[in-house]
Design a protein around this ligand. Structure first.
Ligand SMILES: Cc1cc2nc3c(=O)[nH]c(=O)nc-3n(C[C@H](O)[C@H](O)[C@H](O)COP(=O)(O)OP(=O)(O)OC[C@H]3O[C@@H](n4cnc5c(N)ncnc54)[C@H](O)[C@@H]3O)c2cc1C
Length: 598
């Protein structure tokens, strides 16, 4: 059975020593998040994840969800009770506004908690993750009636939320969407259509499910310009807020799939279901993007969370499994063989995963903190700068953290040899569960295209220029810092590669867009490496400061940061050169063969 221990110490170090969370106490909700409160929240979230959710991970995988003849869907044994605990603990409303029943705490804290919950049980975490995204979309684009009617119950965990975009013929290309909305005299709409692959579309955890559904109002223009967003409850709601009867929404079937068996993936039928327009007509994609952007960051977090739990189990196994002797002579001569952790190739694997995880966690929290500034600051300039950064890095977090997170679950499985391939140790479940994160919320190829095609040029390149300037001035201001130099130099080199790649696109991809398409995945990973390298420099700087001030009981952990960061900049960051070379090779060979040649 795999085990999980939430990395509470690392989160605390990142929040306070690296990101200086306490300096944001001018933002609403931050004064309530005193170190004591934060520590209590992290401690309770760790306990809930380790003791309640992690033991259900295997159960959920083996049992899966079941659709019954009458259309009901039941979740695996124990999920209902665990969801009740999640609800009673107030976890869903941690960072939701107080006026809707939330605690109004920083969303950065929700990101910390979400990592623990996902590591412990990704399939379970998806139910609550979708509620948070749906609440964000309703709060941003819904009218007052919609906010009052739906949000408090969702924040309280009594009702769930889903997002309904995908149809059988329309996945990435939402312009092909066919679901229909017919206006009614009372201002509502009758929604008809079939959505597929809807996560948590039906379940037995909550009394109601609030579906956010993309559909086309009768007579609306074709393509993405004619899509609107609707809120459609599974069970109709009376004016007094009490539940009435069924609303023409049903689950036609559930998918049998590679992983996340504990999460129901549903075909949803809307048969004249009553829904209400959210935001403006024909601007539904724009509104849905609020939910999708939150969800993309949440999916990036899934990549990190699975990489972390897979790493922890690989370390335990590597210390225990006896095979062969260390190249430099036996390290445990009293044993029949040394544990495999003495072998450099096993260390290379473990260090690669660890060096990614620790920087990826910093990146996620840095972006979450910028999300709080973007939403809560009263300084318009600060709001814009944070929003720019968050928008720019959303496809990077989604694409890079899930590509690498999946690769890391495979690498961690490799540490187990054949024992990783069989089910007993749980490693193959991590691989299967992690795989979906590269696909949904926009397949990762689309994240690269979003970065290169939309985010780079947005507002005349304001966001990317600001990112370059931030990293550049960080390096420049610390050139005299000898302890940091071994980290800053490789970061400077990697940043130069990123800037060259950006320039290459500007010169070669505007007239020949295939050059952008052929290089976009490499560019996304090149960007990710620079962002992670920047995080490592900040982590190492903080670790050095802590050591200089007498790190006490933390000295070993801080020294380990210096080594792990060095591993990253020496052995992982140089991959930026390969990405740059691939980008500069352009699309000639990628697109060189005619379709018939395949
Ligand atoms: C388990 C699971 C849960 C899901 N949950 C939800 C949910 O809750 N709500 C929801 O609405 N959807 C959900 N989805 C759907 C998911 O978001 C889509 O599967 C995904 O967006 C890709 O769409 P598609 O499968 O139709 O692939 P396609 O769009 O057919 O894409 C196939 C491949 O082609 C590539 N591609 C497509 N267009 C382009 C292009 N223009 N340029 C370059 N490459 C391109 C893609 O990157 C992909 O690799 C879920 C899917 C699964 C499997």
């Amino acid at each position: 059975m795999p085990t999980y221990k939430a990395p509470v110490d690392d989160v605390q170090f990142l929040l306070y020593d690296v990101l200086h969370f306490e300096r944001y106490d001018n933002l609403p909700g931050f004064t309530d998040a005193s170190p004591d409160v934060v520590n209590a929240i992290l401690g309770e979230a760790a306990k809930f994840s380790e003791e309640v959710l992690a033991p259900l991970n295997r159960v959920g995988d083996l049992e899966g969800c079941k659709r019954h003849e009458d259309g009901r869907v039941t979740t695996p044994k124990g999920f209902k009770e665990a969801y009740r605990k999640l609800r009673d603990g107030g976890w869903l409303g941690l960072s939701a506004p107080a006026e809707y029943g939330g605690q109004g705490l920083p969303a950065t804290l929700s990101a910390c908690v979400n990592e623990f919950v996902i590591s412990a049980n990704m399939a379970f975490a998806m139910y609550s993750g979708l509620v948070q995204g749906a609440v964000a979309a309703l709060l941003t684009h819904g009218d007052d009636t919609q906010k009052q009617r739906f949000v408090p119950k969702m924040v309280a965990g009594e009702w769930a939320g889903t997002m309904n975009l995908t149809e059988a013929h329309c996945g990435t290309d939402l312009g092909l969407l066919r679901s229909k909305a017919v206006p009614q005299p009372d201002g509502s709409y009758k929604i008809t259509g079939t959505k597929i692959f809807i996560s948590g579309g039906e379940q037995d955890l909550t009394d109601n499910i609030i579906h956010l559904v993309l559909a086309r109002i009768e007579g609306a223009p074709p393509g993405t310009k004619g899509i609107s967003l609707f809120v459609v409850p599974k069970v109709s709601i009376k004016p007094d807020g009490m539940l009435a009867g069924p609303n023409g929404v049903s689950c036609g079937s559930i998918e049998h799939k590679m992983g996340i068996h504990g999460n129901s993936t549903c075909v949803m039928n809307y048969d004249g279901a009553t829904g209400w327009l959210v935001g403006e007509a024909n601007r539904g994609l724009n509104a849905m993007f609020t939910m999708m952007n939150d969800a993309r960051l949440g999916v990036g977090l899934q990549g990190l969370a699975l990489s972390e739990v897979a790493y922890q189990n690989a370390v335990t196994y590597a210390k225990d499994r006896l095979q062969g002797r260390a190249l430099t002579g036996p390290k445990f001569p009293d044993k029949p063989a040394d544990p495999i952790i003495v072998h450099p190739d096993i260390r290379r694997t473990l260090m690669s995963i660890r060096a990614f995880n620790e920087a990826a966690r910093a990146l996620v929290l840095w972006i979450a903190l910028n999300g709080d500034v973007a939403h809560r600051s009263d300084d318009a300039k600060a709001r814009q700068a944070s929003d720019d950064l968050r928008g720019l890095l959303t496809p990077v977090v989604k694409g890079v953290l899930t590509d690498t997170g999946f690769a890391n679950t495979v690498a961690a499985q490799q540490v187990f040899g054949g024992h990783g391939y069989i089910a007993e140790h749980g490693m193959e479940q991590f691989v299967r569960d992690a795989r979906i994160a590269m696909i949904y919320e926009g397949a990762n190829g689309i994240q690269g295209l979003d970065l290169v095609g939309r985010k780079l040029g947005k507002d005349g390149g304001r966001a990317v220029m600001a990112f370059f300037a931030e990293v550049q001035s960080y390096i420049k201001e610390r050139v005299e810092n000898e302890a940091l130099n071994p980290y800053l130099k490789p970061l400077g080199q990697a940043l130069a590669h990123l800037q060259q790649a950006t320039m290459w696109f500007m010169q070669n991809a505007i007239k020949a867009p295939d050059n952008a398409g052929a290089g976009s995945t490499d560019y996304m990973h090149l960007f990710g490496l620079v962002a992670l390298g920047y995080m490592w420099c900040r982590i190492v700087e903080a670790a050095n400061a802590k050591l200089a001030n007498g790190a006490g009981g933390d000295a070993d952990r801080m020294n380990a940061k210096l080594v792990t960061g060095r591993f990253f900049v020496e052995r992982m960051l140089p991959e930026t050169a390969t990405h740059l070379a691939r980008i500069q090779a352009g699309a000639t060979t990628t697109m060189g063969l005619p379709v018939e040649a395949f």
